[in-house]
Design a protein around this ligand. Structure first.
Ligand code: COA
Length: 141
């Protein structure tokens, strides 16, 4: 797993574009801006995946997580999630949140396996009208 700095923003954006539809993909400027925020961190998986997270006080958030289509179902998503949880825990976070489309079965299964449970729902949150689920897990025992 590789720690990504703002200098890797173009690499992160290129990976993201393979995993999300064009309207949802984040560009280089977006990654650079997100990574410049206090508490932000990112990890690149050498086989094709990324996670971007942020810690604020004792709470953390996963902002995006993606694996290139050709490398899915090989454990990369699980490894990226574990790396983000470990990094956030090491930075002092005790809980981690994220939002996921209610219909995103792959991501929901990944997060459930990682110990995340739903704590809220935002109706018609996405541009296509889908609901978002807010998931949470505790960190660091
Ligand atoms: C969600 C995503 C990151 C999963 O990455 P991945 O590398 O394929 O996940 P893993 O191989 O580590 O899978 C871990 C577990 O998640 C679950 N899972 C992953 N993909 C799944 C799928 N398509 N259907 C059902 N369960 C799935 C399984 O429980 C899996 O364990 P298993 O393979 O032992 O059964 C990937 O599908 C992706 O990039 N999707 C598009 C972007 C996205 O939706 N990101 C999340 C936004 S919040």
């Amino acid at each position: 797993m590789i720690a990504a700095t703002p200098a890797a923003a173009a690499t992160l954006a290129a990976l993201h574009a393979t995993a999300f539809p064009p309207a949802e993909a984040w560009d280089t400027a977006t990654f650079a801006a997100q990574l410049a925020l206090p508490g932000a961190f990112a990890r690149l998986h050498p086989e094709g995946g990324l996670v971007l997270g942020r810690v604020s006080g004792d709470e953390a958030e996963i902002l995006t997580l993606a694996v290139v289509p050709a490398a899915r179902r090989a454990g990369l998503g699980r490894a990226l999630l574990a790396a983000a949880m470990a990094e956030a825990g090491a930075r002092g976070a005790r809980a981690m949140f994220l939002e996921v489309a209610a219909a995103n079965e792959a991501a929901r299964a990944l997060y459930a396996a990682g110990g995340f449970t739903p704590v809220g729902r935002r109706r018609a949150y996405y541009a296509d009208g889908q609901d978002a689920l807010i998931l949470r897990t505790t960190l660091g025992g």
